[in-house]
Design a protein around this ligand. Structure first.
Ligand code: PLP
Length: 816
């Protein structure tokens, strides 16, 4: 036996012993009687031990070298499962598989028992998770800060085709990855009032006397980078009451009243994104935002003061990135801590705040930009409201001093919106309080300058910059698609795993190799068969794995235009019916995604998808040439099964509305071809992979803006110009897909004729033509697979390692 295989055998034996020890002493089970879930927990705990060693090394190193700290504040981290992530990054995946196989335990099976940590809604939360992994891989001393929601994003069930939200319970069986830190606790206050007092130096000070205080308790999850290089901390806060039980009330017989305060305090970290259609829901959301910002800032200032004499050099030692406006109250909170608690003069405090904070914008949709009623702010955070008024006053005064008296300009850049009840504009607050404001794709960053932040951009022309999103290849290639990964390393060498960003392009010549293209197609077929059985199992539809898998999976939103895809589906259905013996490329249309609980139109689109599916899938004239599937409960794990099985990736948002998109990147990296608009990061994908290797169609962002200026949103012209579109409309409107309730979609379709806000009809013909090109190409497999290989080969730039290196170099100054 070689020395190498001896060492490996020893590692396997060691891991097996560790798993058995965890099972016995931590889980408290005997191997004879352990359930599969017990094995999952034992393996996770054994893996966690490996991380902890690296973790402590890394933490010590960061202190010793006084590395600049990066703090990533995000209300969402859409993590998914962690078992493969951890084992794979530690280089233990095969070792663990072998180690437990000899105990009769199958790693593939137990991995499925881990619930998804769904502490996010979609792209924004998934980005935060990819960034955490990349920051560890690049050796940046980073901390993620967020909320440890007891219930993550709702579980989506389908009842008669309608979405139903069910409570998600990811913590039911505990969470083996986290460490509770009962000693890391901070008070978080709300309400009360502010008094002006004169201190012993004769200075006037504002003193906030809160009406209510809760506690934030830390829970730490280690995040390991590729090859275990370094391990950072994701610190999530849980809300607890100051007193767990009001003993006097309890003893007086008021058993419920005695815990009422506990319930109120703990509701802060109870659930992700509570419905904000009610006033109580809005108030809870603001409490969540302030809660985690306040705890995180106290924590990071304490860490700073452990290493430095004072806070004056904070911008040199720490960078705080705000993921969207959700943490933007940090501007006022940091000012409050510096001025009120640390007695730093206002101007200096402002310099420190702006020097430390940076803000990432994720949307141009006006209705998605947060604003809070002034009255609510005054009631919940009275001192912060004062600080915001002060920031605004200095800001407006300095503009007037520069000669700016244009009322419209001053109104646009103010922190207070006066138009519909007085509200605080959190986007403007984040912009003013940050030294960097970035968009997430080139197009999005450009549009920020001409739309939402047009006036602020004129005042601070250096502030807006672009950091195009990326994805971690460890999860979205290595783990999601091990078969493709092996094919790539066979051709390009194991080094590919360490530098896919630069080495992936060496795959290009293989696009010309017939045998490689066939191998590529074989991997796809393998993944499609696996997805076909998931489809069979979950929705009971039989699909042909040889058909083209045409996939649109993402949150359901009107701007993402699932409706456009459905119109094409119906048009295709009608075309097949009118020419059943035509040479149709067989297709499976796969949809998945959740709709916000209060978003009526999005829920109707889910119902329409299922209505269309029922009719199409059961029509014998279609002979299986077209199948429509809506897979319920889209989440990270489902994405990992769907993406390697996709032939065609639908990225068809109205141009100018999708800030970046990241599923577009996941699909193309795995070799799917994209049909899409010139929106978000599609534009840069097009530059990288070449317009010849994508199916681009539709209005450009500029054309969409021109329509907006002309207020040209009627669909009448498009409908009368297109027989095909008109037929589709009549069918849906008239109840062809809803015979049980023929008028279910008439109101919806009629409204669209009058006001087609997302220009679905305007883009329909162009979309149909692009889909025709897709069909033609599908019938030329050599061309199809050549393009597919080139897509994978040219996606290296979209690694989140590249994105993070840009943040570190250009915003955080955190590269050493
Ligand atoms: C990547 C991802 C998203 C983002 O998808 P987009 O198409 O970019 O909106 C949303 N949800 C999950 C589970 C993801 O993995």
């Amino acid at each position: 036996m070689t020395q190498e295989s001896n060492a490996r055998d020893a590692e396997v034996a060691e891991f097996r012993a560790a798993v058995l020890a965890k099972l016995t002493y931590s889980v408290g089970k005997d191997p004879e009687h352990a359930f599969e879930h017990d094995w999952f927990e034992a393996v996770a705990l054994a893996a966690r031990d490996h991380m902890v060693e690296h973790w402590m090394d890394h933490t010590r190193r960061a202190y010793r070298r006084s590395q600049k700290r990066v703090y990533y504040l995000s209300l969402e981290f859409l993590i998914g499962r962690l078992l493969y992530d951890s084992l794979s990054n530690l280089g233990l995946l095969d070792i663990a598989r072998e180690a437990i196989a000899e105990l009769g335990v199958d790693l593939e099976r137990i991995r499925l028992l881990e619930p998804d940590a769904a502490l996010g809604n979609g792209g924004l939360g998934r980005l935060a998770a990819c960034f955490m992994e990349s920051m560890s891989t690049l050796g940046i001393a980073a901390h993620g800060y967020g909320i440890r929601y007891e219930h993550g994003l709702f579980r989506q069930a389908l009842v008669d085709g309608w979405q139903q939200e069910q409570t998600e319970n990811w913590l039911d069986f505990g969470n083996p990855w986290e460490f509770e830190r009962p000693e890391v606790i901070y008070p978080i206050s709300f309400g009360g009032g502010v008094e002006t007092l004169t201190d012993s130096n004769g200075e006037q000070r504002q003193v906030w006397t809160p009406g209510e205080t809760v506690r934030a308790v830390a829970y730490d999850t280690p995040v390991v980078g590729w090859r275990g290089s370094s391990v950072n901390t994701l610190r999530l806060w849980r809300a607890r009451a100051l007193e767990e039980l009001h003993l006097e009330r309890f003893n007086a017989g008021d058993h419920l009243g005695a815990v009422a305060e506990v319930a109120r305090a703990e509701s802060i970290s109870r659930v992700l994104y509570p419905a904000d259609s009610t006033e109580a829901g809005q108030e809870l959301r603001l409490r969540q935002e302030y809660f985690f910002v306040c705890a995180s800032l106290q924590d990071l200032l304490r860490r700073h003061l452990n290493m430095h004499d004072n806070l004056l050099n904070l911008p040199d030692a720490a960078a705080i990135q705000l993921n969207d406006t959700h943490p933007s109250i940090a501007v006022a909170e940091l000012m409050r801590l510096l001025v009120d608690q640390h007695e730093i003069p206002w101007d200096k405090a402002w310099e420190i705040t702006v020097g430390t904070l940076a803000y990432t914008n994720h949307t141009l949709l006006p209705e998605a930009l947060e604003t809070w009623p002034v009255a609510l702010m005054e009631r919940m955070l009275p001192r912060h409201m004062q600080i915001i008024y002060l920031i605004n006053a200095y800001h407006i005064d300095s503009l007037r001093a520069q000669g700016q008296h244009d009322f419209d300009v001053l109104r646009a850049v103010s922190l207070i919106e006066e138009d519909n009840g007085r509200r605080v504009r959190m986007g403007n607050l984040a912009f003013l309080g940050s030294h960097s404001v970035n968009g997430v794709s080139a197009l999005h960053s450009k549009l920020m300058k001409s739309t939402v932040f047009a006036e602020l951009h004129k005042l601070y022309p250096q502030r807006i910059n672009n950091k195009t999103n990326g994805i971690t290849f460890r999860r979205w290639l290595f783990q999601a698609n091990p078969m493709l990964t092996r094919m790539l390393t066979d051709r390009l060498g194991e080094q590919l795993l360490d530098s896919p960003q630069t080495l992936l392009k060496n795959l290009e010549p293989f696009a010309e190799h017939e045998d490689f293209r066939q191998q590529f197609a074989a991997q796809r077929l393998h993944s499609k068969k696996a997805l076909a059985s998931i489809i069979q199992e979950r929705v009971g539809v039989t699909v042909n794995p040889e058909a083209m898998f045409d996939v649109q999976v993402k949150r359901i939103h009107e701007y993402k235009r699932q409706l456009l895809n459905l119109l094409h589906t119906v048009a295709l259905y009608q075309a097949i019916r009118s020419e059943p013996s035509g040479n149709w490329a067989p297709r499976v249309k796969v949809f998945a995604g959740k709709a916000a609980a209060s978003y009526h139109q999005a829920k109707l689109i889910i119902k329409l998808t299922n209505d269309i599916a029922r009719v199409v899938n059961n029509d014998p004239t279609v002979r299986g040439l077209l199948k429509v599937v809506f897979l319920p409960n889209y989440n990270v794990s489902l994405a990992e099964s769907i993406i390697p099985a996709a032939d065609l990736s639908e990225q068809i948002s109205t141009a100018g509305y999708e800030a970046s998109g990241t599923s577009n990147m996941k699909f193309a990296l795995n070799g799917a071809l994209t049909i899409g608009t010139l929106d978000g990061a599609n534009v840069e994908m097009c530059e990288q992979v070449g317009a010849d290797n994508m199916f681009i169609f539709g209005l450009t962002a500029q054309q969409v803006q021109a329509r907006k200026r002309a207020d040209d949103f009627g669909a009448g012209a498009a409908l009368s110009a297109s027989h095909r579109l008109n037929d589709v409309f009549q069918a849906i409107r008239g109840g062809v897909f809803s015979p049980d309730d023929p008028s279910r979609y008439s109101g919806f379709m009629d409204a669209l004729v009058g006001y087609d806000r997302f220009l679905v009809c305007a883009d329909f013909d162009a979309y149909w033509d692009a889909q025709q090109r897709v069909d033609e190409l599908w019938n030329q497999p050599d061309q199809w697979w050549r393009m597919a290989v080139l897509n994978t080969a040219r996606m290296g730039w979209f690694s989140s390692d590249r994105t993070i290196a840009e943040y570190a170099g250009e915003i955080w100054n955190a590269l050493d």
